[in-house]
Design a protein around this ligand. Sequence first.
Ligand code: SF4
Ligand SMILES: [Zn+2]
Length: 339
Amino acid sequence: MTQLSDVMQDIRKRQRIKPYPPTEPVGFWTGEDLLDGKAVKSNTIIFRTKGCYWAQKGGCTMCGYTYDAAITPPTVEDILAQYRSVEERIDGSVVKLFTSGSFFDKSEVPEKARDEILSGLSKKASKVIIETRPEFVTDKAMEDAKKHGVRLEVAIGLETSNDKVRIDCINKNFLFKDFVKASETAAKYGITTKAYLLLKPPFLTEKDAMEDMIKSVLDAAPYAGTISINLCNVQRGTIVDELFRKNAYRPPWLWTIVEIIKRVHGKTNSVIMSDPLAAGQARGPHNCHVCDYEFADAIRKYSMTQDIRSFDGLKCDCRLLWEKTLELEGWTFGSPLIY
Ligand code: SF4
Ligand SMILES: [Zn+2]
């Protein structure tokens, strides 16, 4: 039987990958984040590594980040050169370290490079958020990271609390209990956890995706002080992209995320955030294209204030279409009714 990993590997083989210098990070930008309830400046660094080991085996059905990976694995010096190329520009209270994989995977970021980066950041940032898969959140890694004295948070792409959806729709090869274990391991060292959840993986109707997200937020909250809801966007070279091009996938409605936040607001102690990337574009979360920017602004405002009144006054005629989508998509076996 063909597995999702086989399909993903086949798609990945067909992609043309641009060779990048191993000393150049994938990206660096300045934004905003919440720190102890206050909006503060943040910096995000995406290191170029050999890439996520799981993506190399096929990986997740929506993930195109692997195409940013270096063709030959960067050395310790290469990774440190990437850090130094942006070091001067780091001026945020919160610094986020991404690799399009796992910063704690030694085969992506060798321990020596990890140590030097965290030691450097301990003099600059109030808090460092590190993206990783749960299997790399070990006692040893947490102990080593903690010794630099900077406040840390591990950010894990849990995507959903439903193991069936995570395995059968996303092809992410870990279970909810692995996420719980990672969060508990981190907590032993005073390290908090942020959970990334994915709204609308492929093969789910809009309504099922909405219900899955509401449940996932409530399930993840006891283990994650911050929950970031990622609205699925269509990245090239993925199963989501193949479905999108066959009119068999539509990114989530912005009405859906607003409804989710309204339903979970006040029911957890976690900070709930969402940054609607590519909102208003066909490949990103959208409503009718008339009201999209207004919705995206309200979602960003809620994320920075946690004030549910951010959604007051949002209205548009497309609400009726969204309601019909929720009602009828179950009859089309998940095929989108409206693009
Ligand atoms: S989503 Fe994360 S775990 Fe999945 S393939 Fe992409 S980088 Fe790897
Ligand atoms: Zn609209």
